[in-house]
Design a protein around this ligand. Sequence first.
Ligand SMILES: Nc1nc2c(c(=O)[nH]1)N[C@H]1C(S)=C(S)[C@@H](COP(=O)(O)OP(=O)(O)OC[C@H]3O[C@@H](n4cnc5c(=O)[nH]c(N)nc54)[C@H](O)[C@@H]3O)O[C@H]1N2
Ligand SMILES: Nc1nc2c(c(=O)[nH]1)N[C@H]1C(S)=C(S)[C@@H](COP(=O)(O)OP(=O)(O)OC[C@H]3O[C@@H](n4cnc5c(=O)[nH]c(N)nc54)[C@H](O)[C@@H]3O)O[C@H]1N2
Ligand SMILES: [Mo]
Length: 772
Amino acid sequence: MPSSAPHEVPTAGHFGTYLAETDGTRVLGLRPDPADPEPSPIGLGVPSSLTAPSRLTAPYVRRGYLEHGPGPAGGKRGVRGRDTYVRVDWDTAVSLTADALRDTIDVHGNAAVFGGSYGWGSAGRFHHPQSQIHRFLNLLGGYTRSVESYSSAAMQVILRRVGGGYAAGLASNPIWREIGEQRSLVVAFGGLPGRNTQVNGGGIGRHTNLRDQRRAREQGAEFVSISPLRTDIDDALDATRLPARPGTDVAIMLALAHELVVAGAHDVDFLQRCTVGWNRFEDYLLGRSDGIPKTPAWAAPISGLPAGDIGDLARRMRGRRTVITTSYSLQRADHGEQAPWMALTLAAISGSLGRPGGGFGAALGALHQLGLEQSRFHPAALPQGLRRIDSFIPVARIADMLLHPGEQFDYDGGRHTYPDARLLYWVGGNPFHHHQDLNRLVRAWQRPDTVVVHEHFANALARHADIVLPAATWLERDDFAAGAADPYVSAMVRAAQPPPGVRTDHTILAAVADKLGIADEFTEGRSEQEWVEHLYEQTRDRAARLGATLPTLDELRRVGTVALPQPPRTVAPYTALRADPAANPIATPSGRIEIFSDTIAGFGLPGCPGHPTWLEPKEWLGAPAAVTYPLHLVSGQPERRLHSQFDNGSHSSAGKVAGREPVLLNPVDAAARGIVDGAVVRIHNARGACLAGAVVSDAIRPGVARLSTGAWYDPSGPDGLDVHGNPNVLTGDRGTSPLAQGPSAHSCLVDIERFEGEPPRVTVFDPLPTAP
Ligand SMILES: Nc1nc2c(c(=O)[nH]1)N[C@H]1C(S)=C(S)[C@@H](COP(=O)(O)OP(=O)(O)OC[C@H]3O[C@@H](n4cnc5c(=O)[nH]c(N)nc54)[C@H](O)[C@@H]3O)O[C@H]1N2
Ligand SMILES: Nc1nc2c(c(=O)[nH]1)N[C@H]1C(S)=C(S)[C@@H](COP(=O)(O)OP(=O)(O)OC[C@H]3O[C@@H](n4cnc5c(=O)[nH]c(N)nc54)[C@H](O)[C@@H]3O)O[C@H]1N2
Ligand SMILES: [Mo]
C-alpha cells in the first residue's frame, strides 16, 4: 500500500464501524461512521495506541528461555514475569516456536499443547485470531481446547440442562420492540448498563440498543433495575432502582415468586403443561420442605432491600407482561448456575414465558445484540478444521490445569482429567486480564515448558511469555466484519501499514506452519487477500441463495456497511413450547422446562441441588469473612474499553484517576476510611492488593465498591503490589460450582485504605524490559 493523499476508508471493530483517515501508511484520524446512530467512542482511542511506547515492533525471547531452552521456569531459566527479553530476528523466533511445538508433541502428545487461547481478539472474519490458531493447531494433530466462556459459562451449562440449551434461551429472548408493544414490565437483575451495549463480538453495523430501550419506555414499558450501582440503567428509562447487595438475587427472585404464588397469580396452566418439578419447587418456596417460607421478610435481611419494596414489585408483576432478565454478572459468581435457573423459573411462574415481549431475558443489554432481533444469516468465516483429539478444560480452570496435571475434575456431570499442558499458545486473548486470582495464575504459569504469545503490546501477557511475536492490529489488516447475530456486514480496509517487523497472526502462523511442513494445508495456497475474497464470495453465495445480492468486495470497501438478507423467521422455542409442548419439546429429558432436574439431582454434586435454591455465596456481605473484608467488590466491564484492549490509548487513559483505574465507593465508606475523591487507595484481601484512584459517589450502594476490569496488570510494586488497578489480583479462582465450573469473579470481598506516601509509578505502558 503506497503512501497517497489523505483519504478515508471504512473499518470496523467489536465496538462498531468507523471511518479512518489514512495516507496509505499511517492512520491520521478516526471518526465514527456517520450512519451509526449511537456510535461508541471506544474505537477512537485505538489510533493513539498503534505508536505507543508499549507497541511491540520485533520478536522477543525471554532471556532464561533463550539461554537454557524450554522447561519450567525457575532457577537458571528465570521467572516468567520477572525476566528480561532479547530481541531476535523473525527466523529465530519462528524456528524456536516450531521446534517447541514439534518437541512437545513428539514427547508428550498433542494434548500437551494448550490452544484454548480464550479471548476476544479483534474483529474480522478471516483474521479472527482464535480461528487462526485453532485451524493451525488442528492441522498439527490437535490441542487441548477450552469450553464455554468467561462471559456466560454457568448460564450456558444450566440452560443446556434445564432450558433446552443456551441457543434456545437466546432465540427466545424478548426484544425491545415487542417489549414496547406489550408495554411490559422489565425486571432487570444487574440492570441494563448502557455502557455494555457499546460492544458485540465480531462487530456492530449500527448501534440501536439504547435507542430501542428508550422507545420501549416511550411506548409504556416500565423498568426496574436491581443492582448495587445506579448507573447500571439509562436515566431516560425512569427505572425503579433497588440497590440490592450483590450475590443475593436468587433470594429476591424467590420472594417475588412466593408473593405471586400466595396471591394465586401464578400461571398454573403453563407450569403444569410446560414444566416439570413445579410441586417439589413449590414445597421449597412455601417452606413445606425446609420450614422456611421464602417471603419478602425472609429475603429482606439477605438482600438489604426493604421487604415492602420486594412486595411492591411482586404486585406490579401480577397480571402484567413481565420480563425477568439477568445480566451475565449474576452468573459470574459463586453458585452462578442458580440465578439464571431461578430467573427462568420466575418467568414461567409469572405467566409471561413464551409470550411476546415477556419471559426470560438471557442478559438483555449485556451485549449490543441482546434485546434486538437476532440475525439468522451466517456469514462465512475461516474454517478451523476438524477436531483431532478430545482434550479440554472448562475455560476458567486454566490455573487448576497447570497446577494439577493428571488430577480429576468435575464438569457438567462428568469426571475428566486435567492434561499435562507443556506448551501454551495464546493468540488474541489475555489471561492476565481475564483470569481470577492473578497471583495464583502467575505461580501456575511457571509450570509449562514453553509459552508462545502473539500480542500487539508489551502488556502482562507478553511479559509472562517465552516467545513474544508482534502482531498487526485490526487497523493494519484488510478483512470484513460481521458480529454475532448482528444483521450487517462491514468492510475493514487497512488504514495503516503494520510497523516494520510486525506481522499478521496469519502470516506468523503460516511461517511456523512452513517449518513444520503444513504450510500448504494451512494456507490452501491462498494469499491473505485471496482468503478475504474467498470468504466474502462464500458470504455472497449464501445471500444469493436467499435471492439477495450483496455488493462485490470492492463495492463494500467503498460503501462500508450493508444489511444482510434474512432467512424466514422461525417460532421461538419457548413460544412453541407454550403453544404445544408435546409437538414442540425443548431439548431436555422431559422436553419441558425443568424446574426440578432429575439429571442435576442425580449428579449429587455439592452446591447443585435439583431445583433453583438460595445458596450462600462463599464471599458476600453476609459471609463471616465480611468481618475482615467488609466491602463487596464488583468488577464489571469498563465503560472506556473493551476488556484490556488498547488500555494504553487516549480514550482509556482519559478515564484514569491519579494515573490508575478508578474505584467507585460510597461516601459513607470513604469517610470511614479517610478517603477523598481523587486519592490513591490500596484495595486488598488475602489474595492480593492493588492501587486505584478513588471516585467517591453515592451512585454505589454502601458496602460495595466497583473497580472495572481491564487495567493492564502491573505487579511492579513492593511484594508484587499491582500499582495500576486490576481487580483480578483480588478475585477468587474457584468454579461457580462443580457443575459449570464457570468463573466467579463477582463474589469477592475486600477492604480499602488510603495509600500513604509516594505512589509507585505505573510501568506497564513502558517497552518490554530488555536484557542489557
Ligand atoms: N474480574 C473480572 N474478570 C473478568 C470479567 C469480569 O466481569 N470480572 N469478565 C470476563 C469476561 S466476560 C471476558 S469475555 C473476559 C475477556 O478477556 P479477554 O477476551 O482475554 O480480554 P481482551 O482484553 O479482549 O484480550 C484480548 C487480548 O488480545 C490482544 N489482541 C486483540 N486483538 C488481537 C489480534 O487480532 N491478534 C492478536 N494476536 N492479539 C490481539 C489484545 O491486545 C489483548 O491483550 O474477561 C473476563 N474476566
Ligand atoms: N464497554 C464495554 N462493554 C462490554 C464489555 C467491555 O469490556 N466494555 N464486555 C462485553 C462482554 S465480553 C460481556 S460478557 C458483557 C458482560 O455483561 P455483564 O456481565 O452483564 O456486565 P458487568 O459489567 O460485569 O455487570 C453488570 C452489572 O452487574 C452489577 N452486578 C454485579 N454483581 C451483581 C449481583 O450479584 N447482583 C446484581 N443484581 N447486580 C450485580 C454490577 O453493578 C455491574 O455493573 O459485557 C460486554 N460489554
Ligand atoms: Mo464476556
